[in-house]
Design a protein around this ligand. Structure first.
Ligand code: BTN
Length: 261
């Protein structure tokens, strides 16, 4: 097997160490979902760690969708405690920051991507990376956060999503080290969220392909077209409907489907 494809706990720990990060890692060749496993890991150990899989048999996407997770991709979940004083801004900030971390790392490999609100990373019109953030509550209080990232690194099989997905290997016609990419994104994510000067909203807007586009906002019992105008200080999307009214779109209950225009 080529070195780029070798992935296990020791290889990931070594890549993290190269970047001066020490953090527990749990690696699995195949599990249903790293987000679900990360919750189990935290429940068992009460310790935040990086949960990584070689492939996932039931990779979860946003809004109940699945995420094709064949061998060759990077599938990992970071967990971290939410600070009860400012958990709201931490929650929303970390969702956008995850996309920015991936954006910056892919750029360092010469791949220029676009961020689709709230947290898809696109190459052209195709998905190169999906991110699923979840908040875990202790009773009614937000306790910790999971940020699950799936990057199509060396994959070419997307289980029926071939028309809408793309991998780094398909873009650059070469293999990349999955373990190195996981370590770099993890490092970049924690570097950004701990940097008090980091301006996640403006950086997200700068690389976003959503602002200025017509979007379809899909809520549970309602759907409408609107133009994406801005992202507010909480990270929510501000859209304007044809009647001129502005609406604030939250992440949780909405699917924003972009319409080409
Ligand atoms: C989406 O595109 O809707 C989000 C996809 C998120 C996929 C990642 S892969 C690692 C983590 N574990 C999961 O089950 N999902 C996320």
């Amino acid at each position: 097997m080529k070195d780029d494809y070798i992935i296990n706990e020791a290889v990931i720990l070594a890549e993290l160490k190269n970047l001066n990060i020490l953090m527990p890692v749990k690696y699995y060749d195949c599990i249903a979902s790293t987000n679900d496993k990360a919750k189990e890991n935290f429940n068992e150990t009460n310790e935040h760690c990086l949960t990584v899989a070689g492939r996932q048999s039931n990779g979860k996407g946003r809004n109940g969708r699945s995420f094709a997770s064949n061998f060759g991709g990077a599938y990992f979940t970071m967990t971290f405690a939410l600070n009860s004083d400012n958990y709201e801004s931490q929650m929303f900030g970390s969702i956008l920051t995850a996309g920015i971390a991936v954006y910056r790392v892919l750029r360092s490999y010469g791949i220029e991507t676009l961020l689709k609100w709230p947290n898809d990373v696109l190459y052209g019109n195709k998905k190169l990376c999906g991110i699923l953030s979840e908040v875990v509550y202790d009773g009614t209080t937000p306790d910790y956060m999971l940020v699950g990232i799936g990057i199509n690194v060396n994959t070419s099989k997307f289980d029926g999503y071939e028309d809408v997905a793309i991998s780094m290997k398909q873009i650059k016609d070469k293999d990349f080290s999955v373990a190195e990419i996981i370590a770099k994104v993890t490092r970049k994510f924690f570097e950004c969220i701990t940097d008090t000067q980091f301006d996640c909203i403006n950086e997200f807007k700068e690389h976003s392909c959503t602002i200025g586009r017509t979007v379809l906002v899909k809520q549970l019992h309602n759907e409408y077209y609107a133009v994406a105008k801005d992202i507010n200080s909480k990270g929510f999307l501000i859209v304007q409907t044809p009647d001129g009214l502005e609406h604030t779109v939250n992440y949780g209950d909405v699917t924003v489907k972009e319409v080409l225009n």
